[in-house]
Design a protein around this ligand. Structure first.
Ligand code: IPM
Ligand code: MG
Length: 357
């Protein structure tokens, strides 16, 4: 029997609730599909700061490095906003990404038929949405140096550096090419090369690498236009390739095409070693502990983990089909509710999904 070891980081806010559902679902899938999965739980985010004084303690990072995959719920709470930057939960997340060298963040945005009406956009606009955002994750302005505050000036100043070298752009482009080749072979690279030097290097490098693969059709878009096009005609996109900051912004925008950010999974990968699989949404402290959160983005992240991280394709498909069945029967969590649906709690919708597995 195949044996896997995964690390579960349930983090903050709604994290523990949606993790509980994910744990049950993964256990059932492992029984049904004949593999053994050990789930090691570690502290991460605000809760880890409370206990160990660090949002990403060494013990947690070590366990993650030794695992086959990491499933992460979400981190953060406004109560940590006043901490020094390096102690905040978000910094823990950046440290984890960097420690595991997760340079490629994959965020698929697909409309599920039963949720067509949940989008704030018209049905005709979102109907054909099936795109993937490929975001560079451990470079750019998030990590660029120098950065900091200047206090010896008349008025306070602060600055960050948006920097890429061509090798960083090349490796993320290779990932986008690989993904595009499994789909419609279209890559739209998003930058701001009309203003930024770093974006000009991005554009030139992407062109250079993609032109080596004759199957790929490449287009380029400025990021402001890309934001507009994602709302105007999102069906035009196949693979969107972009840098860390632009990808952060565009993936939230793209998430809303599906009706709720509670539906969007992601995978953060490198070329070898464990990936981190996590929902795109945050920790939603306002609804934490109420058992009303939507666990589906985390379940879809678990499905990506099974498929990409563990090669358990059938189990992943089983889970996705179960989710679709439950949604098509009209069951919804509060974030997706419409007049014809039956609103269930987080654990209740989890149980419905379990029944379909
Ligand atoms: C995301 C999040 C993170 C990011 C935050 C929480 C640091 O918004 O994964 O998109 O900006 O990358
Ligand atoms: Mg974000």
């Amino acid at each position: 029997m195949k044996k896997y070891k995964i690390v579960l980081l349930s983090g903050d806010g709604i994290g523990p609730e949606i993790s509980e559902v994910s744990k049950k679902v993964i256990k059932k899938l492992s029984k049904n599909h004949n593999f053994d999965i050990e789930i090691i739980e570690e502290l991460f985010g605000g809760i880890a700061y409370e206990k160990y004084g660090s949002p990403a303690p060494d013990k947690t990072l070590d366990q993650c490095k030794k695992s086959d995959a990491v499933l992460l719920a979400c981190v953060g709470d406004i109560k940590y906003d006043s901490l020094a930057r390096e102690l905040r939960p978000e910094s823990g997340l950046l440290k984890l990404r960097s420690a595991l060298n997760l340079f490629a963040n994959i965020r698929p945005v697909k409309i599920r038929k039963s949720l067509l009406d949940a989008s704030t956009l018209k049905k005709e606009i979102v109907e054909h949405v099936d795109l993937i955002v490929v975001r560079e994750l451990i470079g750019g302005i998030y990590f660029g140096k120098p950065r900091g505050h200047i206090t010896d000036t008349k008025i306070p100043k602060a600055f960050n550096t948006m920097v890429y070298d061509s090798a960083e752009i090349e490796r993320i482009t290779e990932i986008a090419i690989k993904i595009a080749n499994q789909r419609n072979k279209k890559i739209c690279s998003v930058d701001k090369s009309n203003v930024l030097e770093v974006s000009q290097l991005w554009r030139d490098t992407v062109l250079n690498i993609t032109s080596k693969d004759k199957n790929i059709s490449l287009s380029n878009m400025y990021v402001d236009n890309a934001a507009m096009q994602l709302v105007r005609d999102p069906g035009q996109f196949d693979v969107i390739l972009t840098s860390n900051l632009f990808g952060d912004i565009l993936s939230d925008l793209a998430a809303m095409l599906t009706g709720s950010i509670g539906m969007l999974p992601s995978a953060s990968l490198n070329n070898d070693g464990p990936g981190v699989f996590e929902p795109v949404h945050g920790s939603a402290p306002d609804i934490a502990g109420k058992n009303i959160a939507n666990p589906i983005a985390m379940l879809l992240s678990a499905s990506m983990m099974l498929k990409i991280g563990l090669n358990e394709e059938e189990a992943a498909e089983n889970l996705e089909t179960a989710i679709d069945k439950v949604l098509s029967k009209g069951f919804r969590t509060a974030d997706l509710a419409d007049r014809s649906s039956e609103v269930l709690s987080c654990s209740e919708i989890g149980d419905k999904i379990m029944d379909e597995i």
